[in-house]
Design a protein around this ligand. Structure first.
Ligand SMILES: *Cc1c(COP(=O)(O)O)cnc(C)c1O
Length: 275
């Protein structure tokens, strides 16, 4: 159990109106910011999708964000997924959303519910893979072949295909997970070749510095890596399109450098009281 989970009931579903309004304002501000950054970068409106980073937020807070327009969420810890998923799934279903369904997911079920993808964006220990596989559409934090192989085996055993992103540590900061940038291309090809996985793209966390050029350089390198993978002609890499990069403080730079998914927590929900 994670310590802060003793202090906050993450399964709570009821929040007051003022809190819901603050969250809605946050969502609208972020969506406006995305549209503005897309336009400034000369990109098509709607090219960049917002993922709400929901760690430490309870079900009520997350549903307020969904009610305000969030259509994709990401959790960091399997323990949090475990506590929230039943409530989230039920409340989403009431609103016509199928939580944990990929946007381009398997059609033909006759189900009219709107897909609401659920990503895992934090480090995943191999003993937690089975905990999250039934719920998440994409695991963004795959950074080694051994982890990818374990996810692959467990997905195959379940008869499912799980989306993955390769996490790259573009900044080289020791505190961050992710593979080395110069290992990313070979690793991506090896991951994409595994059964039970679909390599959907690359993910990075921006450099923790003030210098914009440094942050931008990391994002640009991730984009160049993705472009080279797509251009390789390897059929297994044909789906490797996503660039998950950009958070509260570097979202506009990331969008300017080609981000397709921005992962935003603080700008939607406010400062985190824990971690
Ligand atoms: C928390 C988190 C985010 C969101 O960060 P904010 O600065 O709160 O927007 C994005 N990505 C990952 C991997 C995170 O852990």
């Amino acid at each position: 159990m994670v310590a802060y989970m003793d202090h906050k009931n993450l399964a709570n579903e009821t929040i007051d109106e003022a809190r819901a309004r603050k969250i809605a304002d946050g969502v609208h501000r972020v969506l406006d910011g995305i549209a503005e950054a897309e336009s400034k970068a000369g990109r098509k409106a709607g090219e960049v999708r917002l993922l709400a980073a929901t760690k430490t937020r309870d079900v009520g807070e997350i549903m307020a964000a969904i009610d305000a327009g969030v259509r994709m969420i990401g959790e960091n810890r399997p323990q949090e997924v475990d506590v929230k998923v039943a409530g989230l799934t039920a409340r989403c279903a009431e609103r016509g959303f199928a939580l944990g369904t990929a946007a381009d997911g398997d059609a033909g079920t006759g189900d009219a519910a709107t897909p609401l993808p659920f990503h895992l964006i934090g480090q995943l220990q191999s003993n937690k893979i089975n905990k999250v596989l039934p719920y998440v559409t994409t695991i963004e934090s795959v950074d080694s072949l051994s982890l990818a192989q374990k996810i692959s085996r467990r997905a195959e055993a379940r008869g499912i295909t799980v989306g993955v992103l390769l996490e790259v540590n573009e900044s080289g900061e020791e505190s961050k997970s992710g593979c080395a940038p110069d290992a990313a291309a070979d690793l991506a090809a090896a991951v994409a070749a595994l059964p039970g996985l679909r390599l959907e793209g690359l993910m990075t966390i921006g450099a923790h510095v003030h210098d914009e050029a440094t942050i931008r350089g990391g994002f640009a390198h991730l984009r160049e890596t993705r472009d080279a993978l797509l251009a390789s002609g390897d059929a297994a890499l044909a789906d490797c399109r996503e660039l998950s990069m950009g958070m509260t403080h570097d979202m506009a730079i990331a969008i300017d450098e080609g981000s397709t998914i921005v992962r935003v927590g603080t700008a939607i929900f406010g400062e985190r009281a824990f971690i």
